[in-house]
Design a protein around this ligand. Structure first.
Ligand SMILES: C[S@@+](CC[C@H](N)C(=O)[O-])C[C@H]1O[C@@H](n2cnc3c(N)ncnc32)[C@H](O)[C@@H]1O
Length: 239
């Protein structure tokens, strides 16, 4: 085990990472929405809308948002499936899910792990994960689980951080994410959690690796699109 893996979630793996990540999101749940808006210049809502559109949902469809956190992905999903549709948000961190519930969005909420979803197989038309897969210790297992709950022909989008491919943008991003974001987090006494963001982004699967993991989990038509100067990436796949 690397030095400090017992305390730093970006160094941990397996069940240790799972518990550290859950504790970290529990600790930052009260400032999570504010920090999201501050770091993304409020663009995070638009990015979720763009990702949700790729699912090509219709009124009455069933959709699940895995790693739903404070539930912001659920709003655009509800807009697509209408009142007759089924929208479920799943997360393993109760304080985050409590914040989602408090928003009063028309949706169901469930405590659950991305690698063991509380749904029967072949049930849903679409699955979203926003800034979630990066935190899961076994990404391949989570992708297999997502494929399991999708109907044949169902669609999946993953929206997450990425490392810019352009070297100039990459250098600028590293300066901002490694220094400014932890400093902003420190204003709320959350430097460690906002150090996790750049560290976990660097450790996360590359665009090509994630696409390959999706194909191995059974997805076809796998593609990705970059947003925000390549700092954000949407992966799409069809079962
Ligand atoms: C960065 S937040 C993203 C929240 C939300 N999707 C959004 O778009 O803002 C990551 C969320 O993933 C959840 N999470 C991390 N690992 C998980 C796992 N293995 N199973 C379920 N939820 C998990 C955390 O509790 C946290 O709420």
């Amino acid at each position: 085990m690397p030095k400090d893996a017992a305390t730093e979630p970006w160094l941990a793996s397996g069940s240790l990472k799972r518990e550290q990540v859950r504790q970290m999101f529990s600790d930052i749940s009260s400032t999570y929405d504010f920090m999201n808006s501050a770091m993304s210049l409020r663009l995070h809502h638009r990015w979720r809308r763009q990702a949700a559109k790729q699912l090509q949902l219709r009124p009455g469809d069933k959709v699940v948002d895995v790693c739903t956190g404070t539930g912001d992905f659920v709003l655009p999903l509800r807009a697509h499936v209408g009142e007759s549709g089924f929208v479920l948000g799943v997360d393993f961190c109760s304080p985050m899910l409590e914040r989602a519930r408090a928003k009063g969005i028309l949706a169901s909420w469930s405590i659950g792990d991305a690698c063991s979803l509380p749904l029967r197989s072949g049930l849903v038309d679409g699955v979203t994960v926003g800034w979630g897969l990066r935190n899961v210790p076994d990404i391949a297992a989570a992708l297999r689980e997502i494929a399991r709950v999708l109907k044949p022909g169902g669609r999946f989008v993953c929206l997450d951080m990425a490392v810019p491919q352009n070297p100039v943008l990459r250098t600028m991003s590293r300066l901002i994410f490694n220094h400014a974001i932890p400093a902003l987090g420190a204003l709320f006494g959350r430097r460690r959690a906002y150090t996790y963001l750049p560290k976990s982004t660097e450790k996360f699967a590359t665009r090509e690796e994630l696409a390959e993991l999706m194909r191995q989990a059974g997805f076809t038509d796998v593609k990705w699109s970059n947003l925000f100067f390549g700092n954000i990436c949407i992966h799409y796949g069809k079962k």
